[in-house]
Write a protein that binds this ligand. Structure first.
Ligand code: NAD
Length: 315
């Protein structure tokens, strides 16, 4: 797909949607971005503000639109809905956002699009599941941003602690994008060395205590940010650009997006994050890694947490 033809529709022109667009337009990755939001004035204002920077960046058209614009889009990103307030968990948002996203998905369905759909609104795993059930699309075309952000936080915090460039750290957060997420220490490598061996060589800290602390810090990051400044949007904006690159450039990148599981990791009929190969058709393949017994149990518990919420809110 040539750059000149790439079209992205972003639904939700709030902090997350507009930060994503602001980051995306600087990459030269797309020709056209269409913004949709229930608040039409806000969309117009955001488009004016973003467009006034166009002389400084690669050519791109940014405009307001409606759901008919989804028909020939390559990628549709849903960021519309309520956000957490201090002390609220992502799962607390479920009742409000299930109905908002169901209406949006219905409008996308009517457009008869072949785009890949990326859900970002929280609780992202539950809403991705709801979209899978609502759309008669190949399940691989419906993705949640999942723990791509948490995985980035994990790599950043490891990099800070170890004094190593985060690009040289391979590590994944699995499961729910939320309180039951699982740091997969058995899959964590620095310079190609498994973390348990790397820690023996480095020996600068009590590695078990450090692992526990970093796992907690990653899980609780959003609570701290929301407490300090109201909401999180910069890192998720960049995480969404990373997912967009993988899809629009057909990169076959390994990303911990949320996808519908059908037996992988012993889990069924739930959406959560595990390492997936992502390309222009969405999730091309789910990679099933050998986890420790404890990690398997934590992942199964995370799936149970999500399944119990799904059972309450999705009919
Ligand atoms: P925000 O309040 O700044 O923006 C939400 C926007 O959605 C508003 O502009 C609102 O007008 C719009 N909206 C509401 N209902 C709509 C509808 N029916 N149709 C179209 N637009 C509608 O919130 P935000 O900070 O941008 O966060 C958006 C969502 O993203 C929240 O659910 C938040 O929890 C989530 N989020 C997810 C991640 C992640 O990693 N998945 C990270 C950060 C935030």
């Amino acid at each position: 797909m040539s750059v000149e033809k790439r079209k992205v529709v972003v639904i939700g022109a709030g902090s997350v949607g507009t930060t994503y667009v602001y980051s995306l337009i600087q990459t030269g990755l797309v020709a056209e971005i269409v913004l949709i939001d229930a608040n039409h004035k806000k969309v117009e204002g955001e488009i004016m503000d973003l467009s006034h920077g166009l002389p400084f960046i690669p050519p791109v058209r940014i405009r307001a639109g409606d759901y008919a614009d989804c028909a020939d889009a390559h990628l549709i990103v849903v960021t519309a809905g309520a956000k957490q307030t201090p002390g609220q968990s992502r799962l607390d948002l479920v009742r409000t956002n299930v109905s908002i996203v169901a209406d949006i998905v219905q409008s996308i369905k009517s457009s008869d699009t072949n785009a890949v759909l990326v859900i970002v609104t929280n609780p992202v795993d539950v809403l991705t599941y709801a979209a899978v059930k609502q759309l008669d699309w190949p399940k691989s075309r419906i993705i949640g941003s999942g723990t791509v952000l948490d995985t980035s936080r994990f790599r950043f915090m490891l990099s800070r602690h170890c004094g190593i460039d985060p690009h040289n750290i391979h590590a994944y957060i699995l499961g729910e994008h939320g309180d039951s997420e699982v740091p997969a220490w058995s899959m964590t490598h620095i310079a190609g060395i498994a973390i348990k061996d790397y820690c023996k060589i480095c020996a600068k800290c009590d590695s078990q205590k450090t692992h526990d602390r970093i796992g907690r810090q990653v899980r609780d990051s959003a609570y701290h940010i929301i407490d300090y400044k109201g909401s999180t949007y910069y890192a998720i904006g960049l995480a969404l650009v990373r997912i967009s690159q993988a899809i629009l450039r057909n990169e076959h990148s390994v990303l911990t997006v949320s996808s519908f599981l059908q037996g992988e990791y012993g889990l069924d009929n739930v959406c959560l994050s595990v390492p997936c190969v992502v390309g222009q058709t969405g999730v091309e393949r789910i990679i099933v890694a050998e986890l420790t017994a404890n990690e398997k149990k934590q992942l199964a518990d995370s799936a149970k947490t999500l399944a119990s919420v799904i059972a309450k809110v999705i009919t």
